[in-house]
Design a protein around this ligand. Sequence first.
Ligand code: GDP
Length: 446
Amino acid sequence: MVLAQLGGSISRALQQMSNATIIDEKVLNECLNEITRALLQSDVQFKLVRDMQTNIKKIVNLDDLAAGHNKRKIIQQAVFNELCKMLDPGKPSFIPKKGKTSVVMFVGLQGSGKTTTCTKYAYHYQKKGWKPALVCADTFRAGAFDQLKQNATKAKIPFYGSYMESDPVKIAEEGVERFKKENCDLIIVDTSGRHKQEAALFEEMRQVSEATKPDLVIFVMDSSIGQAAFDQAQAFKQSVAVGAVIVTKMDGHAKGGGALSAVAATKSPVIFIGTGEHMDEFEVFDVKPFVSRLLGMGDWSGFMDKIHEVVPMDQQPELLQKLSEGNFTLRIMYEQFQNILKMGPISQVFSMLPGFSSELMPKGREKESQAKIKRYMTMMDSMTEEELDSSNPKMMNESRMMRIARGSGRHVREVMEMMEEYKRLAKIWSKMKGLKIPKKGDMSAL
Ligand code: GDP
């Protein structure tokens, strides 16, 4: 079950329970059984699911809950907490600091997405003003250097590698030395993979590690193996000092939830997840905001991160002020569309906002959604200042809509459709009036 579907199933189960007039043992059991089924379909280990169910039942003792207690909220909070516990992998052994040189070595099996992930990781930090560099010490897989070179060139990240040299240790050493001299603060070493965990792979990893003395070793693994991730993560942990894990291909595989929980069970800290083939389909993994998003409750910290990335510093306080006023004008919608177009994959951005589930902005239909946003913006370009600054949709009468349609060369039906969308968004944002942007993962504020 793909993650969005897993999240959808769990939130549907919670919703159904909320709809019941009386929440009794039977309703709670039905809800927990639904959640159990969804988790097992995602290949989460049976024992983890059973423990979760037992814990929730222990916490939510319906007999002891006096009338007046909000049972629905207590159950939701318990499910949220237990999912967080199941997925909490602990903290990484080392956190690189901007401006201070760190060497990060990537290890993993061939095909896990290691080379792609190295560039995504570098690109993530480059966007935040770091000076990353890539070293290709994968001499085992033909084409690895070309792939890294291509990706690095596209992202304008310096790289080092060789077509001639076959000794990965030598390349790694030379590359790290060179980028240290160039004052790069994040030197990323991509090492070889193999198809299986075998002695030769672990020996090579050990040698490259000895030569480059990495501050952090990141193990990259493919989520499609589901709960088998437990054994793979253990095997790598025992052979090299894995300080953090990145789980890839969380976008397309049925077993993502299983893989994440299995890695967490080995207490290997997952720091990012890969959610697609493109450079920016890469997300920080932070357990509370992640579960919050999974359950369609939004992820304020992720959204704020994005805002800090793309909205100019001097405009940030003003935007936050507007958001908390809950006074959603067409001009704010226009400005938000501008931001969203800059933010990268829009399905990713929308999934961080409560009310915008990934079902509304489906992955794979981003081009369509993007075109729609641009169309709306063209129509808004034909509005008057007064129209843009009004938060009263009634003002937009037929003659105004006809004028806007003519001015933007669109059909009046499309202007009406945009106004419907505006009303829908305004309704969601109006709920945020007076909202204090919550701390990471604090679902009670949502
Ligand atoms: P390596 O052998 O471990 O270096 O693997 P590569 O980086 O060459 O990746 C193997 C394949 O997985 C490539 O086709 C990548 O585009 C793809 N890939 C990597 N990460 C992701 C991801 O997060 N999602 C999806 N859908 N594909 C990915």
